[in-house]
Write a protein that binds this ligand. Structure first.
Ligand code: SF4
Length: 383
């Protein structure tokens, strides 16, 4: 690879497909999705498949990830069409993930996913406390979550993950520990754990602004994060990225590709791509997306060509999110830059303050930097 090109031209991409529907909108959600009611899901899926077919010429895809929104808010037959088409276009993808909502993905749907070659499921569980699920505006119950995960395991899925949210208003360190223990009792392979963020424009943001709910104290939020790192590690789920934990060999390959700054192709409304040296984003509007695809046009609305400096910084920030950190030789190979040289000032400051460390030749965030990762990473975001 030319040291001055974006590191995306010669590598097999990951494929992300965005299903922009949800049964209803959760109170904290800032993702692009629309309630299913009154929507022509058939037409959207046909448009998605058209966009998929435009990429058929891409010979190799490393990983496939169908997310949303809620892919499982589609009727079984439509989800099956989508999954079958993608699976048959790229039968050699090593990992095929579908995001599932507990309560939506029943035995019939899960069986279809298994039959089509999906080998990884990610359930949006979020909490094992009924009150928290209610506050978050989730439609499923704790029993739905337990049942869905167990059904998937009974059907033979050997790579199952769940998402959890901590620092939900009213939660305590003890209630979060119970939540983690419930998750571990399921014998799953992967957990993503995120602190609740209050996205402007969401009902939870408004409720906090009006004083109806309070954020969890910052110290408690941090203690919850630290607890997750320790408790999950003790149970065999090592932290491999700021918010992600997995049993050995079950790290999400698709997301690892993104953190390694490898290329990916995004399909569907609002989906982002990093492909052929360009960062692009599809139009974030279901109707506009369908109109464009049906008219034979591209759904791309935004385009940006990262320059060499952008490429260096993006690779640095993304690599530093992982616990493997930056391998200077790999960094040089991929970007043409000497990591230690280009970030000398930031590295000096953060190493002096114990926020960045070198382990087995790799440069990574120190444990104490993880909870304040964004403030450290921003020093690697520009040259
Ligand atoms: S299910 Fe997920 S994508 Fe859909 S509204 Fe809830 S948080 Fe957002």
């Amino acid at each position: 690879m030319s040291p001055h090109s974006a590191p995306s031209d010669d590598e097999a991409p990951g494929l992300y497909l965005h299903v922009p529907f949800c049964a209803s909108k959760c109170g904290y959600c800032g993702f692009y999705s629309q309630p299913t009611a009154g929507r022509d899901m058939h037409r959207l899926v046909t448009a998605l498949l058209t966009e998929v077919r435009r990429h058929h010429a891409t010979p190799a895809v490393r990983t496939i990830y169908i997310g949303g929104g809620s892919p499982t808010s589609l009727p079984v037959d439509l989800l099956a069409r989508l999954v079958e088409t993608v699976a048959s276009a790229w039968p050699d993808a090593r990992e095929f993930t579908v995001e599932c909502n507990p309560g939506q993905a029943g035995v019939e749907m899960l069986s279809v996913l298994a039959r089509c070659g999906v080998n990884r499921l990610s359930f949006g569980v979020q909490s094992f406390h009924a009150g928290e699920l209610e506050l978050l505006g989730r439609r499923h119950s704790v029993d739905d979550a337990l049942r869905s995960v167990r059904q998937a395991q009974d059907l033979g899925f050997a790579n199952v993950g769940i998402d959890l949210i901590f620092a939900v208003p009213g939660s305590t360190l003890d209630s979060w520990q119970q939540c983690l223990e419930s998750a571990l009792s399921l014998g799953i392979q992967h957990i993503s754990a995120y602190s609740l963020s209050f996205e402007p424009g969401t009902p939870l943001y408004e409720a906090r602004r009006l004083g109806r709910i309070d954020s969890v104290e910052e110290d408690t939020d941090r203690a919850m994060y630290e607890l997750a790192i320790d408790l999950l590690a003790a149970a065999g789920l090592a932290q491999y990225e700021i918010s992600n934990f997995a049993r050995e060999g079950f790290e999400c390959r698709h997301n690892m590709g993104c953190w390694e700054n490898r290329p990916y192709i995004g399909i569907g409304p609002s989906a982002a791509s990093y492909w052929l040296g360009e960062r692009t984003a599809n139009v974030a509007d279901i109707d506009a997306y369908i109109r464009r695809i049906e008219a034979g046009l591209t759904a791309t609305e935004q385009r940006q060509q990262p320059n060499h400096d952008d490429c260096i910084c993006e690779t640095a920030v993304l690599n530093l999110r992982t616990r493997r950190g930056v391998d200077p030789a790999d960094f040089q190979r991929r970007t043409g830059a000497d990591f230690r040289k280009v970030f000398a000032a930031s590295l000096h400051r953060h190493e002096r303050d114990g926020l960045v460390e070198t382990q087995a030749g790799r440069i990574r965030l120190a444990r104490r930097a993880l909870a304040v990762a964004d403030s450290v990473l921003c020093d690697f975001s520009s040259l």
